[in-house]
Write a protein that binds this ligand. Structure first.
Ligand SMILES: [Mg+2]
Length: 339
């Protein structure tokens, strides 16, 4: 059996079965955005890592080294944001070919350092290795959180409202502009979607505000796509979800690129991925309070649907497009785009 036959999430399931953790110090192991660990101090330690590999996660000519450095750190910070935590320390493993320009590496580190500073974290070490060709950046991020503020994927309750920050789909629109040079689009829209794809800003402040409010039951960051990440919440919580098509937020910029590219914009919004927005659930009566909380950050937040008791069933629209089971709704790193 090959990895592509079971996909990323099938592989994670098999690995998790090989690693039954039994230490009482592990609060959350495999299966959330980050691992949550008890220490001798009052705070939990958060630990996560994420790879950016040339040709898979980025095209070298389409992103500057500084942007790449920022993004590599931002996607890790986003995972800590999804727990409501505070990033603290970063380790960087870099695999590079001998012919790599030194100035490229320096700019990469400038970008990583800038994004780390924005998150209140610092780079404290790492590792360099030779690679035949290409570039692989693997970042480990450690953070902290007070136990009472921790928000997991597994807390969604039937009847909860589902919210998403910002405008998912814009990053996918930015990727389309990178992949295709024939798309004509207004400059401000072009700039916006490229920015969302190349230099996503993790919703760290928003994650902390939401976690500390006590209103949020479950939270995840949107890396694989709204539907795929909602499925992670539903699976961890043993629930399902319903999303009326009319409540899906569509940005003008993403809609414009979509029109020009001849795609269905809802497909990009729901399955595009790499949005690094927050997707979370809260008591249905708390919608106004949730929106008021986030209003001070200036980041829009939309209620897109609600959690149901139908475990594993995510329904979009008016009875059309019923998605069940797992791993068929967004980006899977080995199975590719599950159309
Ligand atoms: Mg995540």
């Amino acid at each position: 059996m090959q990895v592509k036959e079971i996909g990323e999430f099938g592989l994670i399931d098999r690995i998790a079965r090989l690693l039954p953790f039994s230490s009482p110090s592990v609060v959350v192991g495999i299966g959330d955005d980050v691992a949550v660990l008890k220490t001798s101090g009052p705070e939990y330690l958060l630990a996560t890592c994420d790879i950016q590999a040339e040709g898979i996660h980025f095209i070298r000519d389409a992103i500057t080294p500084r942007q790449l450095g920022r993004k590599a750190v931002a996607i890790n910070v986003s995972d800590v944001a999804a727990m409501g935590g505070n990033p603290s320390w970063i380790l960087v493993s870099l695999a590079i070919s001998e012919s790599t320009d030194v100035a490229f590496i320096e700019d990469l580190y400038r970008g990583m350092s800038e994004q780390a500073a924005l998150a209140g974290a610092c780079i404290v070490g790492g590792n360099l290795s030779r690679l035949g060709s290409g570039l692989v950046i693997d970042i480990t991020l450690l953070g902290q959180i007070s136990p009472e503020h921790l928000v997991l994927r597994s807390g969604a309750q039937a009847g909860d409202s589902i919210f998403v920050t910002g405008y998912p789909g814009e990053s996918r629109a930015g990727l389309e502009l990178i992949l295709r040079s024939d798309i004509e689009i207004g400059e401000s829209f072009r700039k916006r979607v490229l920015e969302r794809h190349l230099t996503p800003q993790p919703r760290l402040r928003e994650g902390r505000i939401l976690a500390r409010s006590g209103l949020v039951h479950a939270m995840i960051d949107v890396s694989d796509g709204v539907l795929a990440d909602l499925a992670h919440i539903c699976e961890a919580s043993g629930k399902g979800a319903y999303i009326p098509a009319a409540s899906i937020p569509v940005s003008e910029a993403a809609a414009e690129v979509c029109r020009a590219a001849g795609h269905d914009v809802l497909d990009w919004v729901l399955r595009g991925g790499e949005d690094y927005e927050l997707l979370f659930t809260a008591d249905s009566g708390a919608a106004t309070e949730v929106k008021n909380l986030l209003a001070e950050t200036g980041l829009p937040c939309h209620r897109i649907g609600y959690i149901t008791d139908r475990a594993g069933v995510i329904q979009v629209g008016e009875g059309n497009g019923i998605f069940g089971g797992s791993g068929k709704r967004g980006w899977d790193h080995f199975g590719g785009d599950k159309g």
